[in-house]
Design a protein around this ligand. Structure first.
Ligand SMILES: [Zn+2]
Length: 371
């Protein structure tokens, strides 16, 4: 196996390559962009947050809320809520229940809401529809099933923001701990047409209530009409996830749930068992590499962590049984999902969104409009 000398990315990742110094393309990309998202002085961070606050406060003073935050109970979104609390913003918190939340994430959410006294709204996904979608994606054999959850909350928040004239959406998406998108591991989360294509082929239920969003719609309201603006708040503060956890513990009595995005049982089992076993994808490579580049851990600590099993070995069977029971999958169905050939997301895309020229036009227009 060929590995990067700086991080723990390796050649099990299709997009991985090394330069003559033994440093990978992901580390090179990080070096190019890091000054834009990290390395702020304390003074700059203060300035960044003040200017975001005054921009948000200036817009629509009559509304009860000046922004929306989606809260999963995990580190990043919890920390965004913490910052909004410190910045004295008036957010509406939207939390989604997709049926898989862990006890820890629910208790984190309750603790945060109690302490901040922020208003909140819970979006409960229709379980029949969501379950049918998850089974469809499992049968399609594509690696990024989390798109379903990400799409639902994202689409719901944007549609809600548009209907209620709330321009600002504060997001926990961040460069520091989520740098390096790997195209072969995922798909864009704003593309309902992709979800629909897979569901039409493998699903049984009618999708009536599942929130929907399309890239062009988001682009139109965000970049042309300027009715919504998504701010990745953590990109303005030298975000460190380990430190963020400590601050959350101190301020909200928040509990850690282990691995990245393990706040949901589905994510834990999917990332810890199905992804490595079926797709030979170990997401820890990406998360740990980010922590190394972000100076939160050293390479040796990451190597030690990777020696640990992806999911607690003694609990694998218990988790598998719970997973099958919750999705009403028989032993044979689960076995055939695990043994069938992995497929690519692009096998199920509308060509238009997969088109190089269209994506190029969208990104150039975006750049011009941002300037
Ligand atoms: Zn690297």
């Amino acid at each position: 196996m060929i590995e990067c000398s700086k991080c723990v990315m390796n050649d099990t990742i299709r997009e991985f390559s090394l330069n003559s110094k033994g440093v990978c393309n992901f580390c090179e990309d990080w070096e190019k962009k890091k000054d834009y998202f990290t390395n702020f002085t304390d003074e700059q961070i203060k300035k960044n947050l003040n200017s975001i606050k005054s921009e948000i406060k200036k817009f629509n003073k009559k509304n009860n809320y000046d922004c929306i935050i989606g809260l999963s109970g995990g580190t990043d979104s919890s920390y965004v809520v913490y910052l909004a609390f410190k910045m004295k913003l008036k957010p509406l918190i939207i939390h989604m229940d997709n049926g898989w939340n862990s006890k820890i994430s629910n208790s984190n959410i309750n603790k945060i809401l109690e302490k901040t006294n922020f208003d909140y709204k819970t979006l409960i996904l229709n379980w029949k529809e969501f379950k049918d979608l998850q089974i469809s994606f499992l049968k399609a054999g594509v690696p990024d099933i989390e798109i379903l959850t990400d799409h639902a909350i994202f689409a719901y928040i944007i549609n809600f923001a548009l209907e209620n004239n709330i321009k600002y959406i504060l997001s926990g998406v961040n460069f520091a701990t989520e740098h390096s998108t790997i195209p072969s591991w995922g798909w864009r989360k704003d593309d309902f047409s992709h979800i629909e294509k897979i569901h039409k082929k493998f699903g049984k239920e009618k999708l009536i209530t599942f929130p929907k969003m399309y890239p062009f719609k988001k682009f139109y309201y965000e970049k042309i009409k300027k009715k919504i603006k998504v701010i990745n708040l953590l990109d303005f503060i030298n975000y460190k996830s380990i430190k963020a956890k400590e601050i959350l513990k101190t301020n909200f009595d928040w509990d850690d749930y282990g691995g990245k995005h393990h706040e949901s049982f589905f994510t834990k089992f999917f990332q810890g068992y199905i992804l490595p076993k079926k797709f030979k994808i170990d997401k820890r490579l990406l998360h740990l590499s980010c922590l190394i580049r972000n100076n939160e851990i050293n390479r040796n600590e990451a190597v030690q962590e990777l020696k640990m099993p992806n999911l607690e070995t003694q609990k694998t069977l218990e988790y598998e049984n719970f997973f099958k029971k919750k999705l009403s999958l028989s032993d044979d169905e689960f076995k055939s999902i695990m043994l069938s050939k992995p497929n690519k997301h692009s096998d199920y895309s509308l060509d238009i969104y997969n088109n190089f020229i269209i994506n190029k036009i969208m990104s150039i227009t975006k750049r011009i409009l941002i300037k």
